[in-house]
Structures are given as C-alpha cells and as structure tokens.
Design a protein around this ligand. Structure first.
Ligand code: HEC
Length: 158
C-alpha cells in the first residue's frame, strides 16, 4: 500500500518535470522572439486578419531576395523549434511542407497561429502530436510571404 503511493508520487513528480521542461523551452523561445520583434519597426501590420486562398500567389523562378530575407527570419525566430529536414524538434520539420500544405494555410499558421489552433483541424492535430503550442512570433504578412519563399526553396523549387 505504502510502496504503491510512493510510486504514484514519483510518477507525478517525474511527469511534472517533463511538462515544466516543455514550458521552459517555450518561454525561452518566446522571449527570443519578442526581443527580436522589438527591434523591427513593422510588427503590428497584420494580426487578426485571415489570409484567404486567393491572397497568395506563388510563382517560379523564386524571388531570391525573399528567400534570403525569409532565411534570416527563420534563423532568428523559427530555427529553435523547426528543422529544415523532416525531423521534429519542438515543432514539425519543414521538409516537404510546401507539398503538404496550401500556401495560404502556411501563412495563416505563421501570422495567426492562435486562430489556427482554435479553428483548424489540421493545426489541432499537430498540437496533439507536439504537445506545445506554437507561440505567436509577431510576423507580418510580408515576412510570412518571405518565409514561405524560403520554404519553397528548401523544398527544391528554383
Ligand atoms: C517555441 C517553438 C516554436 C517556434 C519558435 C516556432 N514554431 Fe512553428 N510550430 C511549433 C509547434 C509546436 C507546431 C505544431 C502546432 C502546435 O503544436 O502549436 C508548429 C507548427 C508550425 C507550422 C505548421 C507545420 C506543419 O507541418 O504543417 C508552420 C508553418 C510553422 N510552425 C511556422 C513557424 C515559423 C515560420 C516560425 C518562425 C517565424 C515558427 N513556426 C516558430 C513550434 C514553434
């Protein structure tokens, strides 16, 4: 009887350590995101407005200036949770993402993650797998478009 309750307590302690670990991660990354956002001037453009399928056009060849800008956003704000391979770290790896998802879906996920986690079944499925809510990274629509171009480049589009 006694031994059993010790086991239960040990389990609870261990599992709460696990969750604290995840939360710490998230807080640390949110802070990085915030301080980076504070240094850019155009952070308050788009939040709350939803991007419709017709709002995003993708063309080839890639816009290389966007690819470069998108990569710097990735390096500062996304890299800690997303790899460019298919390996999951905190969030899913980005390899093949532009083949799995519609462009406007990706941009909504980047600019409006809270709305997506509330309303979109696919986003909710990801949350179930990852157990961590992607934090809002204060990304403008233009920056999100650049990140999308970088993702297309990562997926082999020229
Ligand atoms: C603190 C970790 C974290 C950071 C930083 C982060 N994400 Fe995420 N991201 C996640 C998680 C976790 C998910 C899965 C959905 C969920 O659980 O909220 C996700 C999902 C996504 C998805 C959908 C992935 C798929 O396979 O469909 C996209 C797109 C995305 N993130 C883009 C970004 C971009 C762009 C940035 C940087 C501007 C970024 N994320 C920064 C954690 C993060």
């Amino acid at each position: 009887m006694k031994r059993r309750s010790i086991l239960v307590v040990a389990f609870l302690v261990l599992s709460s350590l696990f969750f604290i670990g995840c939360n710490n991660d998230e807080t640390a990354n949110t802070k990085t995101g915030d301080s980076a956002a504070a240094s850019t001037s155009n952070g308050n453009e788009v939040h709350g407005s939803q991007i419709q399928p017709g709002d995003v056009t993708v063309t080839t060849p890639l816009n290389q200036a966007w690819v470069t800008a998108g990569k710097s956003t990735y390096d500062v704000k996304c890299q800690s949770c997303h790899k460019l391979t298919d390996e999951r770290v905190v969030g899913p790896g980005w390899a093949g993402i532009t083949k799995r998802r519609e462009p406007h879906w990706i941009m909504n996920m980047i600019t409006n993650v809270d709305m997506m986690l509330e309303t979109d079944a696919e986003a909710q499925k990801l949350l179930e797998q990852c157990l961590v809510r992607m934090p809002n990274q204060n990304i403008t629509k233009d920056q999100a478009r650049e990140v999308l171009e970088f993702m297309r480049s990562n997926d082999g589009v020229k």
